[in-house]
Design a binder for this molecule. Structure first.
Ligand code: ADP
Ligand code: MG
Length: 727
């Protein structure tokens, strides 16, 4: 075979497994864990006691860092890193693109006598100045003030990233403009953690807790991804350029047989997973669960939850390692939300809760009545937030890629609702009706702090169609896209729940006026009001159904179908107000995010449309007319020797070729028009949504129909069948 496709098939068939097996006997995974992290242990060993204690105060309690200790910390970090073979250090930061960025500097400094010393000062640890002009800032950084600074995030541990030819000390940092505005994804996470801590502490104090430890948002993100052979990947320019296939007929065998989900993991894939996990263990990333996912070629990895800031950094490392290690095994890891039409897309379930060292998980229903009332308050705060800011939660997961999943009957709909499960819903129903006071009959409950029986732990029912589900002792935000940073969803959740906790605490304080005797009644009254106002967002039924879409509309829940519809929410007055009130993002910072994400949306679709146009013209159309010519020649020959017949096959191809040609013409015009639209991003994104995407789909429809009939040896693009099923 001469096509790229047939060469790829033969390369895949001849793949020889990686012949340097991992060894978990000599180095058990327990010993590997955290090996390359400058963690509490490493710090205790290498730092003077008082300095170690000061650092811990910042890390554990969020106290302001005493910068006078930076020189000593830097020097200990440098020695540790150099012992591990590091030659460079890098400030790692998280620009608005959702990627991870690094700027490397050598430890070496010339000593003036033709030789060099190694140096890493406190100042170099604390602050860096990457050339940031090429990162999108959504207008926050005009060129005359192009400088951006990276600032050491003490609360996320430094680590060593290994490479076959040398290693680098990586320091997680926040990335801000010289005016202190956030240019990145981390800064608002840190600010939102502060906001939720303050408000959660207030509520806990109302419940009579003294000396409450810092409350953290916790997060654990389940990552879905595809693995395909790299030979196929490079034979698919659409995958390389846009991360998804813009053409491809459905394979004869799709995911209907369900034989892949939780089936045995193919050997090459398992080897790759083991290797990825091994690298992540070294970095202290607590990956725990792995399994096949619904679609053929699709898998999932999930960690144990951590403090949300650290979990966010670790999530970025998970994505980096998945991509990097896959290549070692001759595969490409696809993290796009919908690399293949017609089979399951990839999401990232973000599990979220609140907890601290003294009270534990605040969304754990618990065994005692006292804990229950407190749990109900925290749970009600989440319900209120998701109802009040559902449109914001939709906006923070908006991207061109995720649009292919949301509402496509495989992933949660674009309507934000909460699944609570029957039992919890019933409890809230009763609170709302106010029929519980004093009652101790089985099946009914009171919110009286002393009389509330225990709630069911880990209510068993699961509803996969809900975008936001209570799953026993945490909420699971399931609509997040596989390719997205989890920072945006976490920032939004922390901020809006802080606002609800603030509201509830304030209302309770108003009711009790400082009298503890009135506390139970106050909690009950406030819960009743909150649920009365916000239980419209609770929905336990089938989120994919047509009825739900109608019902949701009746309930007034927004249904923002595309990213172009959802992103403008980021600068709506109520969103600006809540982010400002809790000092998470100011109006300029929000505007810059909206601008950047709209731009990303347009860039993604622009690239897709251009690669679609190119492939349609240079790969699909030529294959189609060659096939057409063969048929025509055959017909002519048959006619010449006197056969009479009808020309169905030729007519079919000719019809499709014509339609393809017309559709290419329409797409071409739309691309040209899109390019000429200038920089009004709202207008541009609307045009891409309404014209460019449909034009691409129309080309695809005819191209995929042709794939089903054109001679196999003429087709140059690897097929879905090949990419998804050859292992
Ligand atoms: P699945 O959703 O696949 O059934 P689980 O419900 O067991 O799996 O969820 C697993 C994920 O939930 C893990 O990533 C885990 O770390 C996370 N998780 C568990 N408890 C919490 C918590 N208190 N806060 C945040 N995430 C949590
Ligand atoms: Mg899950």
């Amino acid at each position: 075979g001469s096509t790229a496709r047939l060469q790829a098939v033969s390369a895949v068939t001849n793949y020889t497994p990686f012949s340097d097996p991992l060894n978990f006997v000599d180095t058990p995974s327990r010993e590997l864990f955290g090996e390359n992290v400058f963690n509490a242990n490493a710090m205790r060993e290498r730092l003077p006691k008082d300095i170690y204690k000061k650092l811990l105060k910042t890390i554990d309690n969020g106290e302001k860092l005493d910068y006078s200790i930076a020189d000593q910390v830097a020097s200990a970090m440098k020695d540790w890193a150099i012992e591990k073979g590091a030659t460079h250090y890098a400030h790692v930061f998280f620009p608005l693109t959702g990627q991870t960025a690094e700027k490397h500097d050598s430890f070496l400094e010339p000593d003036g006598n033709g030789e060099a010393i190694t140096e890493f000062s406190g100042k170099q640890l604390i602050q860096g100045e990457p050339d940031a002009s090429s990162f999108p800032s959504g207008g926050l950084r005009a060129t005359f003030e192009a400088r951006g600074y990276t600032a050491w995030d003490v609360t996320s541990p430094a680590y060593i990233l290994e490479n076959p030819n040398g290693t680098t000390l990586c320091i997680p940092t926040a990335f801000v403009s010289w005016t202190g505005e956030a240019l990145d994804k981390k800064t608002p996470v840190l600010r939102s953690m502060q906001a939720i801590n303050e408000q959660a502490q207030r509520v806990l104090k109302l419940f009579g807790h003294e000396n409450v430890a810092r409350v953290n948002a916790t997060a654990g993100a389940e990552q879905e991804y595809f693995l395909i052979d790299r030979n196929f990947y490079f034979a698919r320019p659409d995958l390389v350029a846009a991360g998804r296939t813009v053409f491809g007929a459905q394979p004869p065998k799709g995911q209907e047989l369900d034989d892949h989900y939780f089936g045995a993991i193919p050997e090459r894939v398992l080897a790759c997973m083991l290797d990825t996990e091994r690298e992540l263990y070294k970095l202290g990333v607590p990956v725990k669960t792995r399994h096949n996912e619904v679609a053929p070629g699709q898998y999932e990895v999930a960690p144990v939850f951590e403090n949300a800031n650290v979990a966010t950094d670790h999530q970025q490392l998970v994505m980096i390692m998945l991509r990097r290690v896959a290549q070692k095994y001759g595969m490409e890891c696809l993290m796009h939300e919908k690399p293949f039409a017609g089979v399951n897309g990839s999401g990232k379930h973000v599990n979220w809760s609140l907890g601290n060292a003294t009270q534990g998980n605040l969304l754990e229903p618990g065994d005692t009545p006292h804990e229950n009332a407190q749990f109900l308050v925290f749970c009600a705060a989440v319900i209120r937030s998701v109802h009040k800011y559902g449109h914001l939660l939709r906006a923070v997961i908006a991207s061109a890629g995720n649009d292919h999943r949301l509402g496509a009957n495989e992933a949660p709909p674009a309507i934000l609702s909460i699944f609570l499960g029957d039992q919890l819903t019933d409890v809230f129903e009763q609170i709302k009706k106010g029929s519980l006071t004093g009652s101790k009959k089985p099946g009914t409950l009171t919110v009286g702090v002393d009389t509330l029986p225990s709630l069911p732990r880990h209510a068993g029912d699961r509803n996969r169609t809900s975008p936001f589900a209570f799953t026993g002792n945490k909420f699971e935000f399931r609509a997040v896209g596989s390719n997205q940073s989890i920072a945006g969803p976490l920032v939004a959740l922390n901020t809006i729940v802080a606002e609800s906790l603030d509201y509830i605490a304030t209302e309770i304080e108003k009711e009790t006026k400082g009298s503890p005797k009135k506390f139970n009644a106050a909690v009950q009254k406030v819960l009743k009001k909150v649920l009365g106002d916000h239980d419209k967002v609770i929905f336990n039924g089938d989120g994919y159904s047509e009825e739900w879409h109608k019902e949701a509309e009746k309930r007034g829940l927004p249904n923002l179908r595309t990213a172009a519809d959802a992103l403008p929410v980021i600068t709506s007055p109520e969103v600006v107000k809540v982010f400002k009130k809790y000092n998470v993002l100011n109006e300029r910072e929000l505007a810059s995010r909206q601008e950047t994400y709209l731009e990303q949306y347009c860039i993604q679709i622009d690239v897709e449309s251009k690669v679609a146009l190119k492939l349609a013209r240079t790969a699909i159309f030529p294959a189609a007319i060659r096939h057409q010519r063969e048929l025509a020649e055959t017909c002519a020959h048959l006619k010449a020797v006197g056969y009479t017949f009808d020309t169905d096959s030729l007519d079919e191809v000719t019809g499709l070729v014509k339609k393809l040609q017309d559709a290419i013409g329409v797409l071409d015009k739309a691309v040209v028009k899109g390019d000429a639209l200038g920089h009004d991003l709202k207008k541009k994104s609307a045009f891409y949504r309404d014209h460019l995407l449909p034009a691409m789909l129309s080309v695809r429809e005819h191209a995929d129909a042709l794939e089903a009939i054109v001679a196999d040896d003429l087709w140059s693009l690897p097929t879905y069948q090949e990419m998804l099923f050859i292992k």
